[in-house]
Structure formats: C-alpha cells, structure tokens
Design a protein around this ligand. Structure first.
Ligand code: AMP
Length: 347
C-alpha cells in the first residue's frame, strides 16, 4: 500500500511539474483536487498576503510584497506542489505578484481579491543588531473583515499551516474543513495573547504543532525556562512545540524528547522579515512532501525550515526566495549537516 502511494506521488509530481511549466492553472487545480482526494501532496496555507515597508541598518524599502502566507507558500513550494493558498488582498495588489506565486506552484483559487479595498500593510524597523524590531504601522484593511473561504477543491488537504492571523480566523479555517488534516501547524504572536487569549486557547486545543519564538513562549506560559514553558504550552493542546530563537536556532519539544537545530551563521543578514514564516514553510513543506508525521521526521523538517530561512534573510523581503535552485538548497542543507555533526569517543 505504501509503495503504491509513493509511486503515485512520483507520477503525480511529474505531471504537476509539466503543467506548472506550461502555466496550465485550471488543469493544475483539478490535479490538486485529485491529489488531495488521494490524500497526498496536499498542503493548505492560510495567512496574510501583504505590502510591507521595511527598514534595516542596510537600507529601506517602499511597499514590497510580504505577508506570512506569502513567505510560507514560497518556501514550501520548493518542497511540495501545489501549495493551496487561502488569503485576502485588496484591488491594489499587483496581478504580477499573484502570477509570481502561481509560477512557483502556489494555487491562488482561495485568494480573495476585494477590488474596492486596500491590502494589509505592515511596516517595521530593525535595531542595529537586528535582534529586535519595532512595528511602525499595521493597517489591517482587508484583513480586518477576513472571512476565510475554503474552495471545494482544497477540501481533503492533509497538511495545514495556519500562518499568524487572528485566532478566530484560524479556528474558522479548521472548522470549515470537511476532514481534519493529518497535521495542523500554527503560528501566533504576542499581540493575539494580549487581545484574544480565549480564542487562542481554543485554537491551541485544535492543533498538533505550535511554532512560536522564545519571547512568545515565555509570555504564553508565564515561565522563563523554555523547558518548563514547553510543558505548560503542550498541556494547552499541541503535542509538538517548536520554539524559534532567531539566529540561535530552534528547539523541538515532544513528550519527553527535545531536539535542537542551529541557525546557519551567515556573513550577511540584510532583512530578517519573514524568516519565521519561511522556516514554517520549509518545515511543513518537508513533512507534506514525505507525508510523515513523527518526531524523527520533524527533526529533519526543522533543518529544512532553517535552511529556507537562511536564504530569506540574505535579501530584502521575498527577493531571495524567488528562483532558488535545488542545488542551492541542497548545498545549504549540507552546510547544516556539517555544522551540527560531531563524533565523540565516549569509551
Ligand atoms: P515575521 O518576520 O516572520 O514575523 O513575519 C513578517 C510578516 O508578517 C510581514 O511580511 C508582515 O506582513 C506580516 N505581519 C506582520 N504583522 C501581522 C499581523 N498582525 N497579522 C498578519 N500578518 C502580519
């Protein structure tokens, strides 16, 4: 049974690749449904698709494409196609950017376009060491009334990545799926802990993996020790917890097991925006590709997430996530293996 399924995956992947290259989006959408019905290669991504304006010590951008779901979709598209996107933008969002996502294997049937409204806009400024950032502007615009509609073709998806959004919307997405995905991963932030803790608590009971940073883990649990915090948070619902520590790597907690993956020391970091979302995209994309959900595969998925995030920070916005080659990704993964391998003689 398992061999048949992986054989089907290879054939489907080849067919999907063919239609992506031909830009046959309608055929692709049908194939996506077929794949989802078979329960393979089916990833659903929800989150913001936005305009960002970013300032780092290396420069400043005007409005460029951003948003959690944009980064997640782009990163996961290198591992698993198609990526089924559910999000909302305004009439001001450029069609070329949607085509860019399509060309990377992102299905935009679930991307609502509110012609008479404006897209979500976020602006942030990083400190000189880039370890902290201030949010300068958050204009919710279309996101303020976002009602996530799941296209029928997306039903049956086995992997769900809930990008950072209001927990109320995250819950709606789960409730609107006819079948519970095999794995539900979710991101959130301090803001929702401050303003929507009841909804957030409910969302936590519905998911499998929570992906947050160390500061958020401390706020959510009220505990400084990340090990203690991880127990408290997992008691709230998720069986797996990933705590990101920026340039210091990421921790994975499950039952009584802990795994740590470093972040790659890079010579140049231009813009950390979206690194967390890109990490999440690499993580879930790897699991969806292999269709395996256990601690050992999640360890590898974290390394994939870290590798994708290491590309993201090398240029402003999503620039570096466009046009990556398999060779570049594999070389980066090899660097991770070398970075974290050690032989100890314990005799
Ligand atoms: P990260 O650097 O991983 O925290 O993600 C940055 C991305 O999150 C930016 O591209 C923003 O557009 C997006 N973002 C910032 N604030 C919010 C918010 N409140 N809701 C949804 N997306 C947001």
């Amino acid at each position: 049974m398992r061999r048949v399924k992986s054989g089907a995956k290879i054939i489907l992947f080849t067919i999907l690749k063919y239609f992506f290259e031909k830009n046959e989006l309608a055929v692709l959408a049908d194939l996506a449904t077929f794949a989802a019905n078979l329960g393979i290669m089916s990833l659903l991504v929800i989150g913001s698709v936005a305009f960002d304006a970013i300032e780092t010590p290396f420069g400043k951008t005007d409005k460029i494409i951003g948003g959690a779901a944009t980064y997640i979709s782009m990163a996961s598209s290198y591992l698993c196609k198609p990526v089924n996107l559910v999000a909302v933008v305004g009439g001001d969002f450029p069609q070329e950017q949607i085509h860019q996502l399509n060309s990377m294997g992102v299905n935009s049937e679930g991307l609502q376009i509110k012609e008479d409204e404006k897209s979500f806009f976020w602006s942030g400024k990083y400190s000189n060491d880039m370890n902290s950032r201030d949010t300068l502007v958050t204009e919710l615009n279309v996101l303020g009334t976002f009602d996530p509609i799941i296209p029928q073709r997306y039903q049956g998806c086995e992997y769900l990545m809930l990008g950072n959004l209001s927990p109320d919307v995250q819950i709606k997405v789960i409730e609107r799926l006819e079948k519970r995905p095999k794995l539900i991963a979710m991101d959130t932030m301090n803001f929702w802990m401050d303003v929507a803790m009841d909804d957030l608590r409910k969302a936590l009971t519905m998911i499998d993996v929570l992906i947050i940073n160390d500061e958020e883990a401390r706020q959510l649990s009220g505990e400084y020790s990340l090990k203690k915090a991880s127990r408290i948070i997992r008691d709230m619902g998720p069986k797996y917890l990933i705590i990101k520590k920026g340039e210091h790597g990421a921790l994975l907690f499950h039952e009584d097991k802990v795994f740590f993956a470093p972040a790659l020391p890079l010579e140049e970091v231009f813009d950390p925006t979206g690194a967390g979302d890109t990490f999440a995209g690499g993580f879930i994309g790897y699991l969806a590709k292999l269709d395996q959900v256990d601690f050992e595969h999640m360890k590898r998925a974290i390394v994939y997430g870290s590798a994708m995030a290491s590309f993201c920070v090398e240029k402003f916005g999503t620039e570096r996530l466009v046009g990556l080659t398999n060779e570049e990704i594999n070389d980066r993964l090899k660097e991770f293996v070398v970075l974290s391998s050690v032989e100890l003689n314990l005799d």
